[in-house]
Ligand binder design. Sequence first.
Ligand code: NDP
Length: 289
Amino acid sequence: MTARILDGSSVAARLRAEIAEQVAALTTLQRRAPGLAVVLVGDNPASQVYVRNKGVATRKAGMVSVEHRLPDDVQETELLALIARLNADDAVDGVLVQLPLPPQVRSEKVLAAIDPDKDVDGFHALNVGRLWGGEAGLVPCTPRGCMKLIVEAGRDIGGMDAVVIGRSGIVGKPMTQLLLAANCTVTIAHSRTRDLPEVCRRADILVAAVGVPNLVTAGFIRPGATVIDVGINRVAKADGGSRLVGDVAFEEAVEVAGAITPVPGGVGPMTIACLLENTLTAYRRRVES
Ligand code: NDP
């Protein structure tokens, strides 16, 4: 059996088009467009690419995108002052600080300073608590995108066994919460898990959010399972160049799984689409409250 490919690029394009339509409808009502402010500290090349892509997608959706670039040696107080200004700015609905931050800046302090109602990354402790408490908050974009791809696989997931490899606050933990809310029986695995392949073989839904290239081989996968590969790993090619691979050994996994996301073109595009969705949600809540 060859798995169905869950094409994140096309699902994300559909979602972005729906969001753009909603934004266009708002602006014809002569309301202001939703605004997203992205803060980039330093010149990390990967962060620069992410920020640029977010800006392009935001503008394409008809929203206002504002980028704030600060030098690598910025002081924490300066960054906190910028966040306070963005929190107070009525034209800004979403505030996103691109991680990682340089060592002189405490990430947890910065994330805690973002107004929870503008926290479109969903990393603020209040939004983490809302997710665990089953309340409506802003949900981290990557796990939200994974859930949309799991739904796309077209199975009724209530009662299914789900295994999430990885327990980060950005992906693994919120992912388990979303699966639990969807009535899955959830196991969270990590670097200390004993017999990882055996744990993973129980999964009807397997989510890999690890950062280890090709960790999940065919022997980890229950035949017919839905496999969501969050990993983005750059590996060297024989010709001296490099390419992106996930945490799942795709070529062999595709022969066992029922549905699987590719890397690139799976979870990655969903993350940005869900950021736009969160920005629109934050806008609606602020305008309509
Ligand atoms: P972290 O490094 O924060 O977490 C990795 C997790 O994997 C940890 O819980 C760690 O366990 C676990 N782990 C590490 N090695 C193993 C192993 N050999 N066996 C089992 N578990 C292991 O990473 P993130 O959650 O931030 O990101 C994970 C991956 O997802 C990365 O490749 C990242 O680039 C990618 N990513 C992709 C996004 C997208 O948009 N597609 C967005 C965000 C991340 P322990 O806790 O015990 O250390």
